[in-house]
Design a protein around this ligand. Sequence first.
Ligand code: GLN
Length: 485
Amino acid sequence: MSLLKQSLNEIHKRRKSRELSAQDLLDASLSRIRETDDRIGAFLKLDEEGARKRAERIDEGDEDPGLLAGLPVGIKDNISTKALSTTAGSRILGDYAPLYDATVMEKLEHSRANMVGKTNMDEFGMGSSNENSGFHPVRNPWDFDRVPGGSSGGSAAAVAAGQVSFALGSDTGGSIRQPAAFCGVVGMKPTYSRVSRFGLVAFASSLDQIGPLTRNVEDAAVVMQSIAGFDAKDSTSADVEVPDYLSALNGEVKGLKVAVPREMMGEGVDAGVREKIRQALKVLEDLGAVVEEVSLPHSEYAVATYYLLAPAEASSNLARYDGVRYGARVEGDNLVDMYNRTRSSGFGPEVKRRIMLGTYALSSGYYDAYYLKAQKVRTLIRRDYEEIFQSYDVVVGPTAPTTAFRIGEKTEDPLTMYLNDICTIPVSLAGLPAVSVPCGLSDGLPVGLQIIGKPFDESGVLKVAHAYEQNGERLPEPRIGGDAR
Ligand code: GLN
């Protein structure tokens, strides 16, 4: 098994006994990237030199290496890094070099993880397949003809292919969980405000959250421990104590009440996916959990609500890319002409579509009919969950309605692409923590089980995911490119 496919804990043991150095880990990562990334396309750029220096420093000061010390990590390219340009997958940012590190980068540095590079993504996080990257698409390590999911597709593919020990992604409507499901890895979206957004390139600020993509649930707990917590630099950051996530992984799910929304198991969800979720629920039941069907009546409006609110916020957030302050600029006859040319050539088609949708929804005369109404529906969606959580500990269902689809299959019709997020978007609108954990294969492709928790109960979510992972179906290793199928 490739070195980087071992769990963080296994690697840590070998690091403590000095059997492995940070440099060994970096070598393993870089050679794996060289071997596979011309075909996968998970990385937009590498920081070999910086990573070498960091590895040396980590090895020098190595009394008792922490759990993340020296581990190669891939960072989604919408997370600001001083060491490497940050493009958010967009040509409009060009080679924009942030003057500061995002708070999560400072935290990872404190844990002495080692960033090897920045991962590919849909432009500004807008997409579910990585086909909207302004640079190049990413291929799913399980099958090169298929998408890795999005928008954190580069991060998910890098972990699945063993290029890095773990990665960070961001999730606005499913962008950590859905690619995790498609690539057969674990992905966690924390409660909104649990992880600082300082330094995250904004897409829809009331929804965006950074979170880990890892090989297993324990690793997700370790990374969460490093990145979670209050940050005065993010005005929405929550001052809520961060518990010990690892100690929550105690396997105790006996008597736990699990709600399965019928809306997540019905029409629009592939039969093969549903079957895998049923089997996973059976595993939880066998462990003593009480599984019951419930209803989230407003979730059918979630996708429509999201596609008003997220573009509205995006149209405002993206106004700053004007050719003056960041990245690319195309000169024009006058100031307005320069703005027009810069924005017309710098943004891709999906971003333009969202800016138009959002500007329309916010325009006077339509604001009440669209934006305000969508805000009200968002409240109803959140209340559905509040009610369920009065009687249940977690909500469980699929992460995505399908397995990884073919490259090009949904690019012609934005609506079918948007519908791939029906299982993740309601959770984002409600601001809840959720994890996607692999629960087997359907037609040779990974399926993700989504576990959703109460606000700030990442521990509860991770506990259930871990109990399932230890007792449920394990995925085989992907044979890169899909020759196993
Ligand atoms: N796929 C969704 C979108 O296109 C969600 C993206 C995300 O979570 N960043 O908006």
